[in-house]
Structure formats: structure tokens, C-alpha cells
Design a protein around this ligand. Structure first.
Ligand code: SAM
Length: 292
């Protein structure tokens, strides 16, 4: 029987190989002083796969027949999935009171009654379900077709999102009436109602997989909160440009409160709403995503 030491040391060369591989794959950026983080998190995989060093793990990720499955494990270990319902209250107020009514007015003038919202990097689903709960009580979209698409690169979190069963910490900033109205107790946790669930589609998607992102079609609003903080500048640029292509003219990009597009792109207009500042794709933009 092979005995593995609990911590297999990662050389600088191995760190660089794996770091570059991860970056190319999904944009997650690990600086050189975070070598120990990769070592700690990926050590378990080496043991599980009975590999002797990180170079072998790198070759496994590149060439093994089971590489897709291992990529899933790798991503599950490297992503930070912290989230909860009704995160960032001021932005959600702007969303309900200003953004949704504005988009609806514009669409109605063209005879449209469908709104499409993407929660990009939705983690365990609290964000897209919060959007759904807010829309269920928003008069502007009564009788409208509502599509909310929640996507994430981690299969592990998506399993939770699909189940819709949440513990206490997910409710840390949820007004109690929402829990009473849209959840029922199950196994010491809370199960979300089908009336909320059916507005949301949960899908696996890497934001750097451009052809697959394009299949999502056009969006009216994109929430991408607390995701791009983990990317470096070129990766941030790539992702927010991808979002630009996906948004309808006049559509909104909502980032986390600690994130901004300063020094990343000038494509969007910064709009000061009553409760928050948000980014909007200019209304005069052409459908292909290019200004006239
Ligand atoms: C901290 S959570 C944010 C969850 C939620 N948006 C919120 O603000 O509460 C970040 C999520 O981004 C996802 N993520 C990171 N890189 C990604 C990529 N390249 N493609 C898709 N999702 C990614 C992670 O798996 C993680 O679930």
C-alpha cells in the first residue's frame, strides 16, 4: 500500500504550470505568494489520484481521458462560492424600483413583454432566486414572460442551486416575510417554492467559453457580482466585453459593490440611480455591440 505524506510540496515550476493552466481555463488568477493555497487545496487530489507530484497532476489535467471530470474537481476546490439571499440591498432596490420599470417601458413601446436576466457566477443559487422573488412582486412585469438564467463554472454549487434547499446562513439578510412566503421547512433547512424555481434556469457555464456564452442569446440585465474580483485585468476585460455583446442596447450590468469598471473598459456608461451606481450599455449602440 502506498503511503502519501499529507502535504506534498509544490515546486515553483509546478506552481507556475498549474497557475497558468487554471488562468487559461477559467480566468482565476493566483499570484506567486499564493503557492501554498494551491498546494493545500490540490494536495487532496494528488492523494486521491495516487499521483506523486504536481507535475503529474498537470499532465493528468491536460491529457488524461478523465480530464473533464478532474477539471470539475479542480474548479470545485479553487472557487470561492460565498453568497446569500438579498445580498447588496441598495442595488436590489435600484433593480426593482428603477431598472426593471425602465426596461419594461422601453420594451412595451416595441410591443415586447419578455424580460431576460442573467446571474453570471450564481454559486448556490441565492442570487437568481432573489431576483425571481423580487420580480414576483414587481408590478412592472405582471403578466410578462420572465426568464432568469443562473450559471456557474462549479458543478458542486449548481447541484445545491438545482435542489433549492438552504440553511440558516443563506438567510442572513433576508426580510422574514420572504422566507415565510416562498420557502417551506424541510430536514432542518428551507426548501424554495416551485413558483420561484420555475422562473430560474440553472446551467453550467465557464464565462471564458465564448461560443457557449453566445448561445445564451441577448439579455436585458446581467448580474455578475463578486466574480470578477478573482480575475486579473486582462481577464476582467475579456469578461465584461463578453457581457457587452450579450446585453441589449440600454441593458444593465450589475457588479458587486466592491467592483468597478474603472481602468477596465469605457464601453459602458456609469449611471447614478437613486440608491446605487450601475453600468448601462448605451442605448444608441448597434445590435452587434459596436457604437455607430
Ligand atoms: C463569490 S461567488 C458570488 C456569488 C453571487 N454572484 C453573489 O454575489 O453572491 C463567485 C462565483 O463565481 C464563480 N466563477 C468563478 N470563475 C468563474 C468562471 N470562469 N465562469 C463561471 N463562474 C465562475 C464561482 O464558481 C463562484 O460560485
Amino acid at each position: 500500500m502506498l503511503i502519501f505524506s499529507p502535504e506534498i510540496p509544490m515546486s515553483l515550476e509546478e506552481f507556475r504550470l498549474l497557475r497558468d493552466f487554471v488562468y487559461q481555463y477559467c480566468g482565476l488568477h493566483f499570484s506567486e505568494d499564493s503557492r501554498y493555497i494551491l498546494e493545500k487545496r490540490l494536495g487532496r487530489r494528488l492523494q486521491h489520484l495516487r499521483l506523486n507530484n504536481y507535475k503529474d497532476y498537470y499532465y493528468y489535467l491536460r491529457y488524461n481521458a478523465a480530464r473533464d471530470q478532474e477539471l470539475t474537481e479542480l474548479i470545485n476546490l479553487l472557487t470561492t462560492n460565498e453568497t446569500y439571499f438579498f445580498r447588496e440591498e441598495f442595488q436590489l432596490r435600484s433593480f426593482s424600483e428603477e431598472i426593471v420599470p425602465e426596461i419594461c417601458r422601453r420594451k412595451q413601446e416595441k410591443g415586447e413583454r419578455r424580460i431576460r436576466i442573467w446571474s453570471a457566477g450564481c454559486s448556490t443559487g441565492e442570487e437568481p432566486y432573489t431576483i425571481a422573488m423580487l420580480l414576483l412582486e414587481n408590478r412592472a412585469v405582471q403578466g410578462w414572460q420572465i426568464e432568469i438564467i443562473g450559471t456557474d463554472i462549479s458543478q458542486r454549487v449548481l447541484q445545491v442551486a438545482r435542489k433549492g434547499l438552504y440553511g440558516e446562513s443563506s438567510f442572513r439578510s433576508t426580510p422574514e416575510r420572504y422566507r415565510q412566503r416562498h420557502f417551506r421547512p424541510q430536514d432542518g433547512k428551507w426548501l424554495i417554492d416551485d413558483s420561484v424555481k420555475r422562473l430560474v434556469t440553472i446551467s453550467h457555464l465557464n464565462l471564458f467559453d465564448r461560443p457557449r456564452v453566445a448561445l445564451l442569446g441577448r439579455m436585458d440585465i446581467i448580474f455578475c457580482r463578486n466574480v470578477i474580483i478573482y480575475f486579473d485585468l486582462p481577464a476582467k476585460k475579456r469578461v465584461v466585453e463578453t457581457f457587452y455583446q450579450r446585453l441589449n442596447p440600454g441593458g444593465y450590468l450589475l457588479l458587486g459593490h466592491s467592483e468597478s469598471l474603472m481602468n477596465i473598459t469605457t464601453l459602458y456608461e456609469l449611471k447614478h440611480l437613486q440608491h446605487d451606481m450601475v453600468y448601462q450599455k448605451p442605448l444608441d449602440d448597434l445590435p452587434g455591440g459596436l457604437k455607430p
